[in-house]
Design a protein around this ligand. Structure first.
Ligand code: NAP
Length: 321
């Protein structure tokens, strides 16, 4: 019998996913359907999963008892039934840190795009209307400014802090929420203040979401909380779609309850609520938070290290369960 351990990767990733001594099978470039993943599971020792894979009892059982670890190619693990893994003695790992800077950059890209109406202006610059109408008037395409404004970080962990650090260039006042107190937020250079969520929402000009998706954070931002925000406020979501009630957000944008939003994640990806697709004051990206070559190659290397450790019976560096 071949004793070479099997690593199954559900979708191609950038860089080299090399696990010495193991056979690595990549299912394909495109997102595999559920059936293809289930059919490939028998005899797998380590599964490398994407956030789009539902890792549940059915998938774990499909391995037929050989599975030792799930290495998630993401930091969020909301697609994985951690209890089901633990019950079977299956170790779960993720890729923290590697995604931090890229996702923080994207949060700022969305924020600047919303405040300065970049997407709308780009469409206008390409249109026949620009040469036809001539140079803009001084009152056209006016945006919002960020200097000295108040930024609320909801979920001040790795990415939340990286987003806050980028605000120093605009002299922003930083507020934060988290389950525990964060000294690295409160000390220099951020000197941020911890607030209750409702209190912070009422004070902030920019609200940026960075919690994981958990039962406690599902629809954390709902109609009531959107109603607490300032009419000029901007909501940025690079966390997970269901942290925001999309129907309530579409209503809030249409009614002018808040000024704008920048969204990288959605409740039912890849489907986006029509009210958000139609809104002028929203910038949308298709879940590209960590989509930067160097960071993705780091994620690949992390996944390989975790898989190797699991196969060697060692404690993996990025274990979450
Ligand atoms: P992290 O370091 O674990 O930070 C998460 C923060 O959320 C922690 O400060 C935690 O507080 C806080 N938190 C948890 N539950 C909360 C609650 N109920 N209310 C308020 N705060 C709560 O995670 P990270 O590396 O920054 O990543 C954050 C999330 O970003 C991931 O889980 C993932 O879903 C998302 N993400 C998205 C993309 C993308 O492509 N758009 C890329 C990477 C990550 P405590 O520390 O006190 O527990």
């Amino acid at each position: 019998m071949d004793a070479t351990p099997n690593v199954l990767v559900t979708r191609a990733v950038p860089g080299v996913l090399d696990v010495p001594g193991a056979s690595v099978r990549v299912l394909g470039e495109a997102m595999p359907d559920r059936r293809a993943v289930l059919d490939a599971m028998p005899g797998v020792d380590v599964l490398v999963s994407m956030f789009t894979d539902r890792v549940d009892d059915e998938l774990l059982d499909a391995a037929g008892g050989t599975l030792r670890g799930v290495c998630q190619y993401a930091v969020g693990t909301d697609n994985i039934d951690l209890d089901a893994c633990t019950r079977r003695g299956v170790v779960v790992c993720n890729t923290p840190d590697a995604v931090t800077e890229g996702t923080a950059d994207l949060a700022w890209a969305l924020l600047l795009a919303v405040t300065r109406r970049v997407v709308e202006a780009d469409a206008y610059a390409r249109s026949a209307a620009y040469p036809a109408n001539g140079p803009l008037g001084m009152g056209d395409f006016l945006g919002a400014d960020l200097t000295g404004r108040t930024l609320l970080i909801v979920g001040a962990g790795r990415i939340g802090r990286a987003v806050a650090l980028r605000s120093i260039g605009w002299g922003m006042r930083v507020l934060y929420t988290a389950r525990s107190r964060k000294w690295d937020m409160e000390l220099a250079p951020l000197a941020a203040r911890r607030v209750e969520l409702d209190e912070g929402l009422a004070m902030a000009d920019v609200v940026s979401l960075h919690t994981p998706l958990t039962p406690q954070t599902r629809h954390l931002i709902d109609a009531r909380r959107l109603g607490l925000m300032k009419p000029g406020a901007i909501l940025i979501n690079t966390a997970r779609g269901p942290v925001v009630d999309e129907v309530a957000l579409a209503d809030a944008l249409r009614d002018g309850t808040i000024w704008g939003a920048g969204l990288d994640v959605f409740e039912r990806e890849p489907v986006i609520h029509p009210g958000l697709l139609q809104a002028r004051n929203v910038v949308l990206t298709p879940h590209i938070g960590s989509a930067e070559r160097r960071y993705r190659e780091m994620m690949t290397a992390m996944v390989a290290d975790n898989a190797r450790a699991i196969l060697d019976g060692h404690e993996p560096p990025n274990r979450v369960a």
